[in-house]
Design a protein around this ligand. Structure first.
Ligand SMILES: Cc1ncc(COP(=O)(O)O)c(C=O)c1O
Length: 449
C-alpha cells in the first residue's frame, strides 16, 4: 500500500523508467499545496509498472523470511534482505522479556523531555554502558538516530564555523551541516588527502572559527569505511573536531561489537561519536557520546530533539540495554560470525553471477547495477521472485549508480543467501533482456541513465 490513495488511470506521457523523485524536489509557483500535485501521477505510473518497490508493508517481525504488501496492493512472500536487524535481535526472546519487564516496572511512557525528567534509572545505565563500550565518558540520548546526527551538528556549529563532510555522509548529517552554516565543504568519499586540502584551504583564510569534520564508520550505500586514525590526526593538526556516525557498524563489526572505531584501535580517541539504535539494537533512538563534558552539555542543551522531544520510552531503553549486552557477549561474537558467513556467501554468489558487490564484507551488500531502468525492472522481478531487498537510485546515489542494498542478518543461512543471489541475478538478466540489452555484461553504466 502506498502512503496515499493513487489515481487509477496513469497518463501515458509518464515513462516509469525515466525521471526520479529529484525532478519534483524544487517545485515553483506560489501555491505550496497545488505545486505538489505533479508527483502523484509519477508514483502511480511507477506503481502500475511494478517499478516502485518502496513503502512496503510487512505483516510480522523483520525476520529472515517475511510476508508483505507491495505498493500495488499485492501480497508477496520472500527472503528478507531489506531490513537492518543485523544481529537478528529484534525477535530474540531475552530482548522481548526485557521489553515486557520494562513495561511492567516502568510503564510505557516517560512523559517528559530527557532534559526535564524523561530519563529513568535505566536510561542512566544505558548512557553509561554506551560510554563504556566506546571508551568515552558522557552520553546524550536522542529519540532517533536522525535527531542525534542533526542535533550534534547544529548544537556545536555556529554560522561562522565550517563543516567539512564526506560527500556521501547520511542525509541527517548533511541536513545538520546546512542548517548550521553556509560554510559546508564536501570532500571526496573516504579521501583523507581531499579532507586535508579542505582543512588547509579553510585555515589559510580563517584561523578564528571552528571546523567540524564529519564521516561515518560504515557507509550504508557503499559498505566501506574511512581511515579513522589518519582522519583524527589530521583534524588535530588543523584544530578541527571529528564526528563519526557509527549507526551501521556499532554492535556488528569490530571486537565485541565495538564497530569500526574498535577495529581501528581508536576506542576513546575519536572526538565525538554518534549512532543509532535502529539497526543492530532493535529500537528507535540515537546517541552522541564523547569524553568532553562541555560537548555533551552543549549537545544536550542545544541539540534540538534531546531537549525539545520526549525521552526514549522505558521499553526502548530496555531493548537497547539488552541488545547491547548481547552484542558485547560471546553470543554476540557467534552472531557476528554467523552473519559474516552469510554475507560472504551472498557476495561470492553475486560475483560468480557476474555482478559487482561494492565495498568490504559487512551486513550491507550493495549490488551494483548502474543503469536505473534495469535496476527498477529487476527490483519488481525479484520482489515477485521471492526476495525483499531495497532498490537505491538517484538521488540517494549518483546518476547511473543504481544498486540494490541487500542487508544480511545473523539468522540468514549461507543457503538462503545463495538462493537470494540466484533470484536477484535472474531478475537482472531478465530486466536487461526486456530492455533489449545484452544479458551477459550485467553491471553496466550506460550514459542514458
Ligand atoms: C548513517 C546513518 N545515520 C543516521 C541515521 C538515522 O537513524 P534513525 O533511522 O535511527 O533515525 C541513519 C538511518 O538511516 C543512518 O544510516
Amino acid at each position: 500500500m502506498a502512503h496515499i490513495t493513487l489515481p487509477t488511470g496513469v497518463p501515458s506521457s509518464i515513462d516509469p523508467l525515466r525521471g526520479s523523485m529529484a525532478d519534483f524536489a524544487r517545485p515553483v509557483g506560489r501555491d505550496l499545496m497545488a505545486r505538489t500535485a505533479g508527483v502523484v501521477p509519477y508514483i502511480a505510473a511507477r506503481v502500475a509498472a511494478d517499478v516502485w518497490p518502496y513503502s512496503r508493508v510487512i505483516a510480522g517481525a523483520p525476520v529472515t523470511s517475511v510476508r508483505g504488501e507491495v505498493a500495488n496492493g499485492e501480497i508477496r512472500r520472500g527472503l528478507n534482505f531489506g531490513a537492518q536487524d543485523y544481529l537478528s535481535l529484534a525477535a530474540h526472546p531475552s530482548v522481548h522479556e526485557a521489553a515486557v519487564r520494562a513495561i511492567r516496572d516502568y510503564g510505557v511512557h516517560v512523559a517528559s523531555s530527557a532534559a526535564l525528567q524523561g530519563r529513568t534509572d535505566q536510561t542512566v545505565l544505558l548512557e553509561r554502558e554506551i560510554a563504556d563500550t566506546l571508551g568515552t565518558e558522557h552520553t546524550v540520548l536522542f529519540p532517533t538516530g536522525w535527531g542525534a546526527a542533526y542535533g550534534a551538528v547544529t548544537a556545536l556549529v555556529r554560522e561562522d564555523d565550517h563543516v567539512v563532510i564526506d560527500r556521501l555522509a547520511h542525509a541527517s548529517l548533511q541536513a545538520g551541516a546546512h542548517a548550521a552554516t553556509r560554510n559546508v565543504v564536501a570532500f571526496d568519499h573516504l579521501d583523507v588527502a581531499s579532507m586535508r586540502a579542505a582543512l588547509a584551504a579553510i585555515r589559510a583564510v580563517d584561523a578564528e572559527h571552528g571546523i567540524l569534520v564529519v564521516t561515518e564508520g560504515l557507509f550504508s550505500m557503499d559498505s566501506d569505511s574511512p581511515d579513522l586514525r589518519a582522519m583524527q590526526a589530521t583534524c588535530r593538526e588543523f584544530e578541527a573536531t571529528l564526528l563519526v556516525d557509527v549507526a551501521h557498524d556499532f554492535g556488528v563489526l569490530g571486537p565485541g561489537g565495538s564497530g569500526h572505531i574498535g577495529r581501528s584501535g581508536m576506542l576513546g580517541e575519536i572526538d565525538i561519536v554518534m549512532g543509532a539504535f535502529s539497526k543492530t539494537f532493535a529500537a528507535n533512538g540515537g546517541f552522541v557520546t564523547t569524553r568532553h563534558a562541555g560537548v555533551a552539555t552543549f549537545v544536550a542543551a542545544f541539540g534540538g530533539p534531546h531537549m525539545f522531544s520526549n525521552g526514549l520510552s522505558p521499553m526502548q531503553v530496555a531493548v537497547v540495554r539488552q541488545t547491547l549486552a548481547i552484542a558485547r557477549s560471546a553470543e554476540g561474537d557467534r552472531r557476528r560470525a554467523a552473519l559474516m558467513r552469510a554475507v560472504q556467501a551472498l557476495r561470492d554468489a553475486i560475483v560468480a553471477g557476474g555482478l559487482t558487490c561494492l565495498g568490504e564484507p559487512s551486513p550491507i551488500v550493495p549490488v551494483m547495477v548502474g543503469r536505473t531502468p534495469v535496476a527498477r525492472v529487476a527490483s519488481g522481478l525479484f520482489m515477485r521472485g521471492g526476495v525483499f531487498a531495497n532498490l537505491v537510485e538517484y538521488p540517494a546515489v549518483g546518476l547511473r549508480a543504481a544498486r540494490f542494498r541487500m542487508q544480511v542478518q545473523a539468522d540468514h543461512t549461507p543457503e538462503e543467501a545463495r538462493a537470494a543471489a540466484t533470484i536477484v541475478l535472474a531478475a537482472v538478466a531478465e530486466a536487461r533482456q526486456r530492455l533489449g540489452l545484452s544479458p551477459t555484461s550485467q553491471s553496466d553504466r550506460l550514459p542514458s541513465g
